[in-house]
Write a protein that binds this ligand. Structure first.
Ligand SMILES: Cc1cc2nc3c(=O)[nH]c(=O)nc-3n(C[C@H](O)[C@H](O)[C@H](O)COP(=O)(O)O)c2cc1C
Length: 268
């Protein structure tokens, strides 16, 4: 375990690079309200303006029906249209774009809107909610879709961990310079090493409830902060094609009394 680091740093405020306060807008799509909570919390913490993205033909809200409709749209090569937004984008230099992860990337109404608006030269801050993961893959897709924009580091949280939203988002906003404040610097994860029995038990306690198999942990790195011990597991499992696949599974064990290990994200 790496030595506990408790260095407190003041975040670089975004406006330090410019003489003006950045003008920020939160644009988000949310089908079931989870991503909306993140969008509203960004507004609460930064005072950004906000606008919701709407599908021209809304999805039903039923999980299975939405999956089936998406699969059909993909098969037919159909991109469901988004309603035009009303915000004047020229007023903003930082635009948070929020979405639920659907099939490993941003939900289709967001993809559709991105085709209709011009974001060249803007700082784009992605944020998302997901069942298990998809922040990295969706950010990579955003970079491809918006080559003229400055795609910043993004924020993601599992829908099952929304109780942790406020502090995790606040840390992200301060580190990104979108909000003033101080945060603890976290150490890097230690190098991956074979998983001990105790670490395998932590993996199981965090992941066994998840609806889809996350594989068997084969190596792990860890770090300790003032509030948690975090683990980065490499897990081995069978991919959809039956071949062996590897994923990175993140687990956190909060230090608060009575806390249990939490699965935070998988990167496939
Ligand atoms: C059609 C559909 C596809 C989804 N695909 C994924 C996925 O690939 N990966 C994932 O982790 N979660 C996936 N989810 C779960 C959502 O990302 C998650 O429930 C999200 O928090 C919903 O956000 P919302 O309440 O703002 O709509 C999917 C949900 C739906 C409805």
């Amino acid at each position: 375990m790496k030595k506990l680091m408790t260095i407190i740093v003041a975040a670089a405020v975004f406006s330090a690079c410019t003489s003006q306060q950045p003008k920020m807008l939160v644009l988000y799509y949310s089908q079931e309200g989870t991503t909306q909570k993140v969008a509203e919390e960004i507004v609460a913490q930064t005072g950004a303006d906000i606008e919701r993205i709407e599908a021209a033909e809304p999805y039903s809200g039923n999980f299975e029906e939405t999956i089936q409709r998406c699969l059909k749209e993909r098969e037919d090569g159909v991109m469901p249209e988004a309603m035009p937004i009303t915000s004047d984008l020229s007023k903003y230099n930082v635009i948070f774009i929020g979405y639920p992860i659907w099939f490993g990337t941003y939900a289709p109404p967001v993809a559709s809107l991105l085709k209709d608006i011009h974001l060249d030269g803007k700082a784009i801050v992605p944020f998302c909610t997901f069942g298990s993961g998809g922040l990295d893959s969706s950010v990579a897709d955003l970079k491809q879709a918006l080559p003229g924009a400055d795609i910043r580091e993004g924020f993601g949280i599992r829908a099952a961990r929304m109780d942790n939203l406020k502090p995790e988002l606040e840390r992200f906003l301060i580190l990104g310079g979108y909000k003033e404040g101080e945060v603890e610097t976290y150490p890097d994860y230690s190098a991956q090493a074979p998983v001990t029995e105790e670490e395998a038990a932590i993996f199981d306690a965090a992941c066994s409830d998840y609806q889809f198999p996350l594989g068997t942990p084969v190596s792990v790195g860890s770090r300790e902060t003032s509030t948690s011990v975090d683990y980065r597991f490499t897990a081995e499992g069978n991919g959809p094609d039956g071949n062996v696949s590897h994923s990175t599974v993140y687990v956190t064990v909060p230090k608060a009394d009575g806390s249990t290990p939490e699965f935070t994200m998988v990167v496939r």
